[in-house]
Design a protein around this ligand. Sequence first.
Ligand SMILES: [Zn+2]
Length: 105
Amino acid sequence: MDVRNLVQKSVTKRGRMKLYDSSFSELRRILEWEFLKRGKQVLPVPAYNSSRECFLCGGINQNLTLEDRVFHCPYCGFTLDRDLNASLVFLRRAGWVPPFWCACL
Ligand SMILES: [Zn+2]
């Protein structure tokens, strides 16, 4: 979902500022409403350590910094783009099981 577009679609400046000033719970409620309106399922997942967790083995790379754009697992050697690894971690936390033919395995 294009959250930026959702914020910019607010007709008035007051409406846009209301979205910017919303608490996280209010923003989440708005996003859930927008997804459900489009017939999409919403599965909240915890974001804690998502960038540092290895998609393959679940190990935590404590030494990963914001400047590191490539994730490398010190336990199993799995290496992948940092954001792509975090995306896969989110998918797994939401219950996704990669198919056997997936190149990520
Ligand atoms: Zn690993």
